[in-house]
Design a protein around this ligand. Sequence first.
Ligand code: NAP
Length: 292
Amino acid sequence: LINVALYIKLNFILKFSKNMEFKELGKTKEKVAVIGQGTWRMGGGFEKDESRDEDEVKALRRGIELEMTFIDTAEIYGSGHAEEIVGKAIKGLRDKVFIATKVSSEHLRYDDVIKAAEGSLRRLNISTIDLYQIHWPNPRIPIKETMSAMEHLIKKGKIRYVGVSNFSVKEMKEAIEALSVTELVSNQVRYSLLARDIENDILPFCQKERITVIAYSPLAKGAIASSIYFNLLNKLAKKYDKTPAQIALNWLIEKDCVIAIPKASRIEHVEENAKAVGWRMSKEDYNLLSSI
Ligand code: NAP
């Protein structure tokens, strides 16, 4: 009987124990979870698909329970349906989560930005977007025009912070220049052990300017563990009693100014990702991973 009670207690502790780490978003003083939740392919790809709604809402809610409270979505995901799924998952939990969404690159004209934000707010069923990001740059539309719409949205209380995604250093500099009443807080870019090019310029620039790098596809879309890192990730996983995915995520969030947003529809993946924080590897092991 004592063993059974201990077993139940241990499982209870494991289920509800939290160890999320938080980092400042840009220079805002706002703290965000270093492991967030991505939503690309929730609610469909480019088309709406409602067949897995229930599981996806459950996965996001489990992630929130484990303090992966930074949720990233976009108007384009599932043709808006990913935002609806996020809206369902955060119902009754608005004060616990930080909601980031994105305006598509074809909606960067002033009126289109305002309209797109209204659509996202409606689908998310919230009154303010915490972080509104330009999904991709659009060289045909002046960044000044887009940013003035962003600042209008801030004044109206519809969004809190402005971010960009897939911007080069040059494009970030133009975005910074185009803002007058607020600062650029983040750049969401592909970054993982398998995609390291941002280390040449974007990462050092963001670290210097205190702009948060939101690492997307941090698990290389699930392929990280079977990549060229297979042997090393498994070796380190064994050494630190972690999984290869946790090692790969921890390698990212150990860096100044970097947070990661893995997407997980499976509860076991959500729980695994939440435990990628609260510990560190030795300097030698980070360097070893970085050197490949
Ligand atoms: P990802 O997070 O690197 O990989 C997602 C895939 O990995 C899913 O198939 C997921 O499976 C699997 N997975 C999750 N946790 C795992 C674990 N612990 N072990 C093994 N497999 C695991 O790729 P992503 O979805 O491309 O990127 C993450 C988020 O970044 C997106 O969802 C989106 O929000 C954002 N993003 C932004 C852009 C942009 O242009 N700004 C581009 C791409 C992505 P299950 O779902 O079955 O659990």
